[in-house]
Design a protein around this ligand. Structure first.
Ligand code: HEM
Length: 311
């Protein structure tokens, strides 16, 4: 995304960056289709649909969601056909792995691609917005992140791309990302069903009951996280702090988010370029609100200004 001009809606821009990265990571060829679906409003409509109650109103978003799914499915089908015709079987990407299996029908393969794109579409852009929002309120943390990225950049040529080794050095950035996930609670709860009677402490959860584990209740519990209401990235310092049952922004068990590492890499690399090249301030008031999904009501408008390299 080119940062031209001074005013940007971070959430909107972030979605485009994320859809490009996710689809590149999955299968380069899907990028073109995915970006088209973003630009024409298909992905936003598709994402909205399952979260809303149907209404008889002619502009009911669910009426737009179903055709959006059909449009995007046919774009992905076209890309799969192109991939089959072209001799690009040597490509070692997600789409080729998916195409090489006979255990799924074509429809299931298309659905798999769509689910993966949707899984990372709102979530990662929201996480990036959260990071920018919280850093905007903590000059000290912003300074620490900036120094970390200046250190990494100083070992590289001017336009040299970041590598996995650079990513491993982004320790404080990881703490900031973890803390934004803890405070931001992008996914507040997941849906589960008890398959048999389950006893937990003095409770009985009868077979067939729906259970919604609420992550935000754990992430903001002061008995598990000291000063739970405060944004304090330094709490993540120390070995294996980021993986524990008291911190589950990406779920857990067999349904653990397969995109968690990709999302964190996207956020860290985005931050690298943002803090080294720009100053920003949030334009007016905007705060993350949950209704029930977390959003910035105004899309987090920010004013940015390039940092001159001489300064
Ligand atoms: C900050 C970013 C993200 C957050 C907070 C997040 C969170 C989650 C959570 C909590 C689940 C578990 C849902 C459950 O247990 O029912 C999940 C599943 C999933 N996520 Fe993510 N996710 C993120 C990014 C991504 C990305 C970038 C992708 C793909 C490119 C992705 C793809 C998926 C898929 C396909 C599933 C379903 C896995 C399954 O059911 O087996 N997610 N995600």
């Amino acid at each position: 995304m080119a940062w031209q001009g001074r005013q940007h809606h971070l959430l909107r821009g972030g979605k485009k960056v994320c859809i490009q990265c996710d689809s590149e990571a999955g299968a380069g060829a899907v990028t073109r289709g995915a970006c088209h679906c973003h630009d024409t409003g298909g992905l936003p409509h598709l994402h909205e649909g399952p979260h809303l109650f149907p209404s008889p109103h002619p502009r009911d978003p669910i009426r737009q969601s179903c055709p959006a799914r059909e449009r995007i499915s046919s774009t992905v089908k076209g890309i799969i056909e192109e991939r089959r015709k072209a001799d690009c079987c040597k490509k070692d990407d997600f789409l080729n792995v998916l195409l090489s299996t006979d255990e799924l029908s074509d429809e299931e393969k298309v659905s798999f691609v769509l689910d993966s794109l949707l899984g990372g579409y709102e979530t990662t852009s929201l996480m990036i917005s959260m990071v920018v929002y919280f850093l905007g309120q903590s000059a000290q943390d912003l300074d620490l992140v900036k120094r970390e990225h200046q250190g990494i950049r100083s070992t590289k040529a001017k336009e040299e791309c970041l590598s996995s080794e650079d990513y491993k050095k982004m320790e404080y950035t990881q703490h900031v990302i973890n803390e934004a996930l803890r405070c931001g609670n992008i996914v507040k709860f997941v849906h589960r069903k008890a398959l048999k009677d389950v006893r937990y402490k003095e409770y009985l959860i009868p077979s067939g009951w729906k259970v919604l584990p609420v992550f935000s209740a754990v992430h903001l519990n002061p008995s598990l996280h000291g000063n739970a209401q405060q944004f304090q990235p330094c709490r993540w310092e120390g070995p294996s702090q980021g993986t524990s049952k008291k911190f589950t922004p990406f779920g857990g068990g067999t349904r653990l988010c397969p995109g968690s590492e990709l999302a964190k890499v996207e956020a860290a690399f985005f931050l690298h370029h943002l803090v080294l090249n720009f100053r920003w301030k949030i334009d007016g008031d905007d705060i993350p609100m949950a209704y029930p999904y977390v959003e910035f009501p105004r899309g987090l408008p920010i004013e940015i200004e390039p940092i001159c390299s001489e300064s």
